[in-house]
Design a protein around this ligand. Structure first.
Ligand SMILES: [Zn+2]
Length: 440
């Protein structure tokens, strides 16, 4: 592991270029802007009312057919992988990608135009260290179609990729360590390639109006059709590596590990990104302190009761043990056999009801929101619960660490939180809880 910390980076100044959108064939202008630390990469739809932004995060992944689409609510951004790969590989951690359409200009089908744009904008270091995902154990994902991705521990980010077309035609292999200069030289110029049989139906349906031999290499039988000659003898495997980088950028952390890919595609890439995000969540949830601190960093029962109106037997928070920045909170609740719900749930086999865990998460999230709004004239109402999962039973004698993180806030009208209950280093339940703010 490198001993010197690496710092987050953003763009030196804004820069833009225009071109054709692949699917609609419309003209689109893409502009890159600098962004503050821990912002990550966000897409902004300048053409829509209120100019909504979409986080380039795996949670927002919508579809992976031929290209990677992300979205929030009804807003979508298509074909994000090449611009994401360029930003990530050129070392940009924080940026806003502003567009006046629902997809970036396709350029020549490679990441070269985006690399040129990043060069124009410049890359500058910020104050906060980068966040990494260190691969500790071998992980893998595979698909029914024979795609396989294996992730091995490594102190660098490396990719070894094998690409094979139909009937193992055009089988190519390449292995490299990913640095900005290697990306720029070896990967960025590699263009999108398609097999004629795959795109013919789309051309017939007019679904790729902007598609042409200027922005893709078309393979028809043995023939390779493109406007200019191949840029590398093994251009296909290089483009596959480009797509892997772009799709894994959705993890939002720099990976230290070795990706070994066989016949990769967007679907399996996304599945690996999801597995990494899940593992990261598990690690963060497990970093709760084993010794419970008292003092300034948290809130004792009295302080909790000043914020929450709940009382026995419905107060599900014993103590807040700490806040992390503005957006994260950890609290504890010790479960004893004296909890009133154990009388009926169930006699002879006491198990804590899952709904009480959701209630505990909602109370902890409310404390976070209270700290955030700091206004006593508005109060947060628990509005809905989504993605609720009960993973393990909770018994008398257990201490629950309750984590809540604010994942989205819309003005002071609504807020979304991701919450976990953890017992003995294992997630016992989780939920996404939504709150709306109303005047008291
Ligand atoms: Zn691609």
């Amino acid at each position: 592991m490198p001993s010197t910390p690496e710092f987050q980076q953003t763009l030196g100044k804004a820069a833009s270029f225009s071109g054709t959108a692949l699917h609609t064939g419309d003209k689109v202008t893409l502009k890159l802007h600098a962004a503050p630390v821990d912002h990550g990469i966000k897409f902004k739809r300048k053409d829509l009312q209120d100019e909504p932004t979409i986080d380039a995060k795996i949670e927002n992944l919508k579809t992976v057919e031929r290209a990677t689409t992300i979205g929030e609510g009804s807003v979508r951004v298509h074909t994000v992988e090449h611009v994401l790969a360029a930003l990530w590989a050129m070392g940009v951690d924080n940026a806003v990608v502003e567009m006046d359409a629902n997809e970036p200009p396709i350029g020549d089908g490679s990441a070269q135009p985006y690399v040129d744009l990043i060069r124009k904008a410049g890359v500058t270091a910020q104050e906060e260290p980068r966040k990494f995902f260190d691969v500790r154990d071998t992980m893998h994902v595979e698909s029914k179609t024979g795609a396989l991705l294996v992730l091995l521990p490594d102190d660098k980010f490396r990719i070894s990729c094998t690409q094979a077309g139909p009937n193992n035609q055009f089988t190519q292999f390449l292995s490299l360590e990913l640095t900005p200069s290697i990306f720029e030289r070896e990967i960025a110029p590699a263009r999108t390639f398609v097999f004629y049989e795959d795109v013919q139906p789309l051309m017939d349906k007019n679904l790729i109006k902007g598609g042409s031999l200027e922005n893709a290499i078309v393979v028809r039988g043995e023939a390779v059709l493109s406007k200019e000659p191949l840029r590398f003898a093994d251009e296909f495997v290089r483009h596959k590596i480009l797509d892997i980088i772009g799709d894994l950028a959705l993890v939002g952390r720099r990976i230290r590990g070795h990706v070994v890919a066989v016949k990769p595609g967007h679907a399996v890439n996304a599945e690996l990104a999801r597995a990494l995000a899940r593992e990261q969540t598990r690690r963060s949830a497990m970093s709760a302190p084993r010794a419970i601190p008292i003092g300034d960093s948290g809130l004792d029962t009295g302080e909790v009761m000043k914020i929450l109106p709940h009382r026995y037997p419905f107060l599900m928070v014993d103590r807040v043990i700490g806040f992390e920045g503005e957006n994260k909170i950890t609290a504890i609740k010790s479960i004893t056999i004296n909890e009133p719900f154990f009388q009926g749930h169930f006699p002879g086999h006491p198990v804590m009801p899952g709904v009480m865990q959701v209630e505990a998460m909602a109370q902890v999230a409310s404390i976070l929101l209270f700290k955030l709004t700091k206004t006593s004239s508005r109060v947060g109402y628990f509005m809905s619960a989504d993605q609720v999962k009960f993973r393990k039973p909770v018994f008398p004698g257990d201490t629950i660490f309750i984590h809540a993180e604010l994942t989205r806030a819309r003005g002071n009208r609504m807020a979304k939180t991701k919450c976990y209950c953890v017992v003995n280093d294992a997630i016992v339940s989780e939920a996404e809880l939504m709150f709306t703010f109303l005047d008291k």
